[in-house]
Design a protein around this ligand. Structure first.
Ligand SMILES: Cc1cc2nc3c(=O)[nH]c(=O)nc-3n(C[C@H](O)[C@H](O)[C@H](O)COP(=O)(O)OP(=O)(O)OC[C@H]3O[C@@H](n4cnc5c(N)ncnc54)[C@H](O)[C@@H]3O)c2cc1C
Length: 421
């Protein structure tokens, strides 16, 4: 009997457990998933909570309901991994021996990493929406906010769902208009990047959407501290951005036990081969989802596409065969833009988001890098797909690898910025 231990029963860990349970022989393998509690959060739902879009009950479900019978689910806080002994230690003293380990413990917002973020103003005038509590507190604050300066700010990259702060900005702008108070509110978007997004074509497109909405964009802003008394963000190069209401995305970091186990980089992400997801240090350890250091977006879609490739690779690896699957960093993310519309972006390690149609080339029904109502409906429908198709590990009719079919390559030399298929 061989033991597979999966650390983290979130998006990636749940899919992996369910898919491998179907593929590995039950006589030969024992699969265990470890997570700290029984609450599985649909994190994309946090975005809509501040605007009354979802209730907490709609985005939190019992974790065990999504893990196949026959897979052990152990509740406990992971303390460390002794990779040399192939043992996981839980904080309560329990140990789990493994033959193969998958680290899928994601990434967590860490407000403690920025001086001055936590303090009396936390959840009074300074909020995050990357946690359930933060999103709920922000909902209450927006209810009574009717004038002043609202700043959306990212502390440091990488963050999970790198488009979420932009989506929040577009949604809050639309929400202020709906409530007839847009004129009383100054909006600013503060980012450590040199533009609205990491990739040039999408960055230009999303940047012009911020301009059209008269949202001030402050770039290259590396926050050093927050002065709660004066309500200003202070950067390392001594610039200051004042706020009345701050919506921050704190530094995101991998789990602390990864650092304690000597398995992480400086942000506690596990170094892996970006194509196979096998640890660069141990050939019995994989890291999948946000927990790894692959240079792709930290997103549920990436976790999903990576799991598709990982499962085949894992089966080959444990059979002593070379791994033939190669993950390409495929990501696709809806970007809510307010007024019942959204964009969709689809990209990978090599190819930046481009305009076009998805998933059926030339047909869609979804449009790439373009605001449409259909994209917005796609984003809303995704919650159902997540609970009922993705987590149980059912096949999704989308290829794991990014395709160029249906995309247009921007012809930068063209005077009207034309496109060529
Ligand atoms: C506001 C917001 C909006 C988002 N929108 C989108 C979107 O539109 N599209 C998209 O694709 N993605 C989106 N995401 C990102 C997506 O939710 C994550 O990328 C995805 O959940 C990553 O899956 P994961 O399995 O790697 O980590 P997670 O799903 O976060 O799971 C990690 C698990 O590990 C457990 N864990 C961690 N440390 C320990 C420990 N020490 N002991 C025990 N258990 C531990 C946690 O409890 C958790 O259950 C969004 C995220 C946020 C915050």
């Amino acid at each position: 009997m061989r033991n597979l231990v999966i650390l983290g029963g979130g998006t990636a860990g749940t899919m992996i457990a369910n898919k491998l349970h179907k593929q590995l022989t039950h006589e030969g393998w024992h699969i265990t998933v470890v997570d700290r509690d029984d609450a599985h959060h649909y994190q994309p739902g946090y975005l809509f909570l501040p605007f009354g879009g979802y209730t907490a009950e709609e985005i939190v479900r019992s974790r065990h309901r999504f893990i196949s019978d026959g897979v052990d689910l152990v509740y406990g806080e992971i303390d460390r991994v002794s990779a040399e002994e192939s043992v996981v230690h839980l904080q309560d003293g329990r140990t789990l021996a493994y033959d193969y380990l998958v680290i899928a413990t994601g990434t967590t917002p860490r407000p403690d990493q920025t001086p001055g973020m936590l303090g009396p103003e936390w959840h009074r005038s300074i909020f995050d929406f990357y946690t359930l509590d933060g999103a709920r507190a922000l909902a209450r604050a927006l209810d009574s906010f009717d004038h002043g300066r609202l700043v959306v700010q990212i502390c440091e990259m990488p963050i999970k769902c790198p488009v979420a702060p932009l989506e929040f900005t577009f949604l809050v702008e639309a929400w202020l208009r709906e409530h007839g108070i847009r004129d009383q509110v100054e909006l600013a978007y503060v980012t450590p990047l040199d533009g609205a997004f990491t990739k040039p074509v999408a960055s230009a497109h999303l940047g012009s959407m911020l301009d059209e909405r008269k949202i001030e964009v402050v770039t290259d802003f590396m926050v050093e501290s927050i002065d709660q008394d004066r309500k200003v963000l202070v950067s390392y190069d001594e610039r200051e951005v004042p706020f009345d209401l701050l919506v921050t995305v704190p530094v995101n970091m991998g789990a602390d036990f990864v650092a304690r186990s000597g398995l992480g980089d400086e942000l506690n992400y596990v170094p892996v081969d970006k194509h196979t997801l096998l640890s660069t240090a141990y050939d019995t350890i994989f890291a999948v989802g946000d927990a790894s250091n692959i240079p792709a977006s930290k997103a549920g879609s990436v976790a999903h596409f990576a799991v598709e490739v990982f499962v085949g690779n894992f089966l080959e690896h444990v059979a002593g065969l070379p791994m033939t699957g190669s993950f390409d960093g495929h990501a696709n993310c809806f970007v809510e833009s307010g007024d019942g519309k959204a964009l969709l972006i689809d990209f990978n390690y090599e190819t930046e988001p481009l305009p076009g149609k998805y998933p059926i080339p030339g047909v869609g029904p979804l449009s790439l890098l373009k605001e449409t109502h259909t994209n917005h409906l796609g984003k809303l429908a995704f919650r159902h797909v997540y609970w009922n198709v993705l987590l149980p590990g059912h096949p999704v009719p989308l290829p794991a690898h990014m395709s160029m079919a249906g995309k247009f390559v921007l012809d930068r030399g063209h005077p009207e910025g034309g496109t060529t298929p």
